[in-house]
Ligand binder design. Structure first.
Ligand SMILES: [Ca+2]
Ligand SMILES: [Ca+2]
Length: 129
């Protein structure tokens, strides 16, 4: 899908026999999306839905949406850009403990510490923009 336009996805699902019939209030579908964008925001809305029981009786379920924000692990200072400033912050916080990191996220490879690998990843991210 194009990340800048509204798209529609239609799903039709069915249980696999009466042993898997749903009763009461249950989650029917869980969707996962993978983004192509490094950073941004968007929303997903389920605007209509329809469910049917084994006798063919149809019901309109409650529908809802969700907004989301995509952040990059390379955006150490969370300003929406990956810049030399992010590298400088991670370089300053190298070999420190995470209690000193707030409000930054200098551990860009999520290894639990800040070291030269984090700095290399930031340099690569800056150069590849
Ligand atoms: Ca930044
Ligand atoms: Ca790290």
């Amino acid at each position: 899908m194009n990340s800048t336009t509204s798209e529609t996805v239609r799903l039709i699902v069915a249980s696999n026999g009466s042993d898997y019939a749903l009763t009461g209030n249950q989650q029917i579908v869980r969707l996962s999306f993978k983004t192509k964008a490094a950073m941004g925001a968007g929303s997903i809305n389920v605007s209509t839905g329809l469910v049917a029981d084994g006798d063919g009786e149809e019901y309109a379920p409650e529908c809802f949406g969700k907004t989301f924000t995509i952040i990059s692990v390379n955006d150490v200072n969370h300003d929406g850009e990956i810049t030399l400033g992010d590298l400088a912050i991670s370089a300053r916080l190298q070999n420190t403990t995470n209690d000193l990191w707030n409000p930054y996220t200098p551990d860009v490879n999520l290894s639990g510490n800040v070291d030269t690998l984090d700095l290399q990843m930031l340099v690569s991210a800056i150069l590849n923009q």
